[in-house]
Write a protein that binds this ligand. Structure first.
Ligand code: COI
Length: 355
């Protein structure tokens, strides 16, 4: 790509790469050598930088600390067999970041800052992209208010950062999940569709209660009536009912996942029957009771495709007939991972190679 931004680059004196045991990486514990940074002030983005990964000084009156003015994205880079590094659908993240930014009164982040920053960062830290099965370099772009002001107002100063982290699987086993019928993650007209930090903070307490009951995740239902299935906090949801894949149609109350969109397109490409529509809790429970639901799984960047082994509803746990995954989930998982890692041809134009 043509570089236009003149990014200021300050490299680490010594890489930390040799300290990393790539055979034993946990999700989100290690960060690569560099981070990308762009600051916004007085109505414009300033000259961006790449600098050593490190702590940020922060005012105790910072608006983000008090009011949660923070949004983020998640994407992954993969090592292909020829040694090249490939990103998966990065422009979708840039577009979604800006939809979140609009909702939280944050500035639009131009495509060139996002893509050039990402590209230069990947070029510098390409050796941090792992190549073992089920590993990737997780990329976390995020933006927050950097303004020092303890009153409530729309901020005028922001920081955009990209940090990266070599990761293994987010979930290592199929999940036992509970349909949440009391608490709400989001309501109509709220911020549910945005990747806003506060959505995740608000989900912690109901998730903690569910964990105390032996569940690893919640299936959120709509905040008004608890009648419709929405998402699972870290993942969008798919069910196989009567050999048809069904997934909740998008509303403004849950995240329009990029993996969700990819799974829908891939399903159509593979000739699977797939429906995006409203799914009631009642339909899910009936399908579990009658065993017409044969598979359930969540999808997300971090979670990739994770099978659901049990679904809990009002004190009863229903075990999935294919609790460790079945035909649909394994086909979709394998095909998607093979596209991402360059093992099969990408028929969709999703792969963005770093040159
Ligand atoms: C992702 O899948 O990238 C996410 O942002 C989920 C996160 C909660 C780990």
């Amino acid at each position: 790509m043509v570089e236009t931004l003149n990014i200021e680059i300050n490299k680490v004196a010594e890489s930390r790469l040799s300290q990393v045991d790539f055979n034993n990486i946990q999700f989100g514990k290690i960060y690569s050598d560099h981070m990308f940074r762009a600051d916004y002030d007085q109505g414009e983005w300033k000259r961006p930088k790449i600098e050593p990964y490190g702590y940020l000084p922060i005012s105790p009156a910072n608006q983000t600390l008090h009011y949660g003015v923070s949004i983020f994205e998640g994407m992954k880079a993969y090592k292909h067999q020829d040694g090249s590094v490939a990103l998966f659908r990065p422009l979708e993240n840039q577009k979604r970041l800006n939809r979140s930014a609009e909702r939280l009164c944050m500035p639009d982040l131009p495509e060139d800052i996002f893509m050039e920053g990402l590209t230069r960062l990947m070029q510098l830290d390409k050796n941090w992209v792992p190549n073992l099965p089920d590993t990737a370099l997780y990329i976390r772009p995020f933006m927050f208010s950097s303004e020092e002001y303890v009153g409530i107002k729309i901020s005028e100063q922001f920081t955009f950062l990209i940090i990266t982290s070599p990761v293994g699987a987010y979930y290592t086993n199929p999940l036992k999940v509970k349909i949440e019928m009391e608490f709400a993650r989001a309501v109509k007209g709220g911020t549910g569709y945005a990747k806003a930090a506060g959505n995740y903070a608000g989900a912690l307490y109901p998730s903690k209660l569910a964990q105390q009951q032996g569940y690893q995740q919640l299936i959120w239902t709509d905040g008004q009536e608890h009648k419709y299935i929405e998402e699972a906090g870290t993942m969008n949801l798919f069910f196989v009912i009567n050999d048809t894949l069904v997934t909740p149609e998008l509303t403004d109350t849950f995240l329009p996942g990029i993996t969700r969109d990819s799974i829908i397109k891939l399903s159509k490409h593979l000739g699977f029957k797939i429906e995006e529509r409203k799914i009631t809790v009642e339909e899910v429970v009936d399908a579990l009771k009658s065993k017409t639901m044969t598979e359930a799984f969540g999808v997300g960047t971090a979670a990739t495709l994770t099978s659901i082994s049990h679904i809990g509803y009002k004190g009863t746990d229903y075990e999935m007939p294919n609790s460790a995954g079945g035909y649909f989930s394994s086909q979709l998982q394998n095909n998607l991972e093979d596209i991402k890692t360059g093992k099969i041809v990408d028929p969709f134009g999703w792969i963005h190679k770093i040159t």
